[in-house]
Each structure stands twice: as structure tokens, then as C-alpha cells.
Design a protein around this ligand. Structure first.
Ligand code: FES
Ligand SMILES: [Fe+2]
Length: 347
């Protein structure tokens, strides 16, 4: 699994997945982790492999803040130190399970997968502000993909597919202006910025729970896609010809902020954590739920296409793809990723 950046933060779970007294087993970059929340609210993340006979610790049980292996009963503190070996006066000092640096960052539980915990740099945490803001409302989402992370990143870096994969949800029905409009793509130090402005198009069906409007709109999708796989996006629409600020002042149109992140599970499977928030002062809980259902429908459209693409790729892995103009953002991102990977791989 050395094809993935290790000195980076990955989302391991949504905050609500870590309930007091419960163990969560999750594989990240091919490594099994076990996570739990201590009585004080902190999160522990250890390798899900007992130091003794390598049984998964997630088959054990919590005793207070400590985790007892379910096989022969070794007991571990949240920092991975063994604090009890049944039948021994004191555990051998080497009886230590690997611990991962972990932070709870605006409802994302993030683990640093690098070997050196001291290098975990909180300056690299993504600005997923809308995940924890009274101004934004959303339902947290998760989809498990049986495909490599690269194909999902490619999908998020090229929204021309909205017109075709998502014609009935995010796109504009038969209108494919969105695919024809050229986005502005800008390379950043740790990612890519993509801005797509689409004038005078039919509003997508996805907006309807929030804004039942049938006339043409001016749409915009502005996002950054950052290493190691996080999309942060402002998007919205207003009546065609109206300035976005005027629409906001008048309470018309729609505005969203979306935080989506890809965590490789293995070389060929991926955890996809996502949300798309609307302004909390527009729409009640029913609207939030209806938008979430729309999002799930659209993301299933992606998954079906990417899974089918993956089947073809596996059938003939050496066949070359045809690079085109719409691949600009994903080409930049793949280059950045490769450079970051080279930078952290000892030569
Ligand atoms: S494998 Fe965990 S105590 Fe033996
Ligand atoms: Fe999509």
C-alpha cells in the first residue's frame, strides 16, 4: 500500500460513529484500526492487532477507557501501552500496540497515517467549516466503494459528467450546457481549484426541495480538491441575470457548501464521507432530509458508473485512455499527488 500518501490526515469516521462504550473497526490504507471514545470524550486510535498473537483488538471489550483483547486478555491503555497481562505482575515494556495520531475536527474524526506521530501537522487539516456551523444544515453521509480511490477522485475533479451521469438529479435534464462550459482550473500547492460558472440553464431537480423554481438560472460550482482527497465546494444558483449578492439579500436562489472526502480502505476499495449543507435559515429538517435523499440518489448514479468503468479497466488494465480537455483538473491533481508521494518516499 505504498501508493498512498501516509503523512496526511484521513477521515476515519464521522464523530457520531464513535459512541461511548463501543469499538469501531475501520481499515485505512490497508491497515486495520480500532477506534473508541474515552470517558473524557477524547478519541483513541490503535492498530487493530494485538501485540501478542495478532488477534483483532476490535473483537475485545472496553473496560473503562482501556481495551482488553478478546483472545487472551491483554489490556491496553488508549495510548497503546499494555497495562495488564493476565497472570503476570507487570507487562513487558515491548507489549505496545501502535497508536495513531487522531483529532476530532469539526465532526470529522481524522487520523494521521504516517509512522511518526510527532509529525502529525494540524496545520494540514481541511477547512470543512460547514460541518460544524449553526449557519449550515445537513445530514452526514457515507458510501462504501469497491473501487480504487483514483477513479472517484477523477469523478470529483470533472463535473462535466453532471450533464450525463446526473441528468435527472444534479444536471439539467436534456440541457448539457454545464458540460460544454469550460471551467477555470488553477493549480494550488496542495490541490486544484476548479470554478465553473454556467449561465442561463434549467435548475437541476436536486434543488427542488429548497427552491421550486422552473425558469432559467445562473449556476456556479466553485471548489478546491485537496490532498490527500478532500473536496470543499461552494455552489449555488440564482434567477438568470440576477447578481448573486442581490439573490442572497432577497432570499432567493440556493447556496450550498459541500465537504466530501475519500479515504482509501485498500488499493481497490474506498470510504467516501460526504455532506452538502444548505443555509440553516432556509428550509426545515424535512428539506434537509429531502436534499440528502437527492444527494444519495445522485451518488448512487456515480457509483454505478464508476463500478462499471472499474470492471472495464480490470478487464484490460494496459489499454491507454484518451486524454481530453475536460481532464485538466484531474491531470493536475494526479501530478501533484505523484510529486507529494515521491517527496515522502525515502530514496
Ligand atoms: S492475541 Fe491478544 S491477548 Fe493474545
Ligand atoms: Fe457525480
Amino acid at each position: 500500500m505504498n501508493a498512498f500518501l501516509r503523512n496526511a490526515w484521513y477521515v476515519a469516521a464521522w464523530s457520531h460513529e464513535l459512541q461511548a462504550g463501543k469499538l469501531l473497526a475501520r481499515k485505512i490504507l490497508g491497515e486495520p484500526l480500532v477506534l473508541w471514545r474515552t470517558a473524557g470524550g477524547a478519541i483513541a486510535a490503535l492498530e487493530d492487532r494485538c501485540v501478542h498473537r495478532h488477534a483483532p483488538l476490535s473483537r475485545g471489550r472496553l473496560e473503562g477507557d482501556a481495551l482488553r483483547c478478546g483472545y487472551h486478555g491483554l489490556k491496553f491503555a488508549p495510548d497503546g501501552r499494555c497495562i495488564e497481562v493476565p497472570g503476570m505482575d507487570s507487562p513487558p515494556p515491548a507489549a505496545c500496540v501502535r497508536r495513531f495520531a487522531v483529532v476530532e475536527h469539526r465532526r470529522w474524526v481524522m487520523v494521521w497515517m504516517g509512522d511518526d506521530v510527532a509529525r502529525a501537522d494540524t496545520g494540514l487539516l481541511p477547512d470543512n467549516f460547514s460541518c460544524e456551523s449553526p449557519e449550515w444544515a445537513y445530514v452526514p453521509g457515507y458510501v462504501h466503494y469497491e473501487t480504487p480511490v483514483e477513479l472517484i477522485a477523477d469523478n470529483l475533479l470533472d463535473f462535466s459528467h453532471l450533464s450525463y451521469v446526473h441528468a435527472a438529479t444534479f444536471g439539467g435534464g436534456a440541457d448539457d450546457t454545464l458540460a460544454r462550459v469550460q471551467p477555470r482550473v488553477e493549480r494550488l500547492t496542495r490541490g486544484v481549484r476548479v470554478r465553473r460558472d454556467i449561465p442561463r440553464v434549467p435548475p437541476p431537480a436536486y434543488y427542488r426541495p429548497l427552491w421550486a423554481y422552473d425558469d432559467p438560472v445562473d449556476r456556479w460550482l466553485h471548489y478546491e480538491f485537496l490532498l490527500p482527497g478532500t473536496l470543499l465546494m461552494h455552489s449555488g444558483a440564482q434567477p438568470a441575470g440576477m447578481a448573486a449578492e442581490d439573490a442572497e439579500r432577497q432570499g432567493t436562489g440556493v447556496r450550498f457548501h459541500s465537504c466530501q472526502t475519500l479515504t482509501p480502505e485498500t488499493a481497490t476499495s474506498t470510504h467516501y464521507f460526504f455532506m452538502e449543507a444548505h443555509r440553516a435559515d432556509r428550509g426545515d429538517a424535512n428539506v434537509t432530509e429531502a436534499l440528502f435523499q437527492g444527494l444519495l440518489t445522485a451518488f448512487e448514479e456515480d457509483r454505478a458508473m464508476i463500478a462499471a468503468q472499474w470492471r472495464n479497466l480490470q478487464r484490460a488494465p494496459d489499454r491507454r485512455m484518451l486524454p481530453l480537455h475536460m481532464d485538466a483538473a484531474l491531470t493536475h491533481y494526479r501530478q501533484l499527488y505523484a510529486a507529494a508521494l515521491r517527496a515522502e518516499t525515502p530514496t
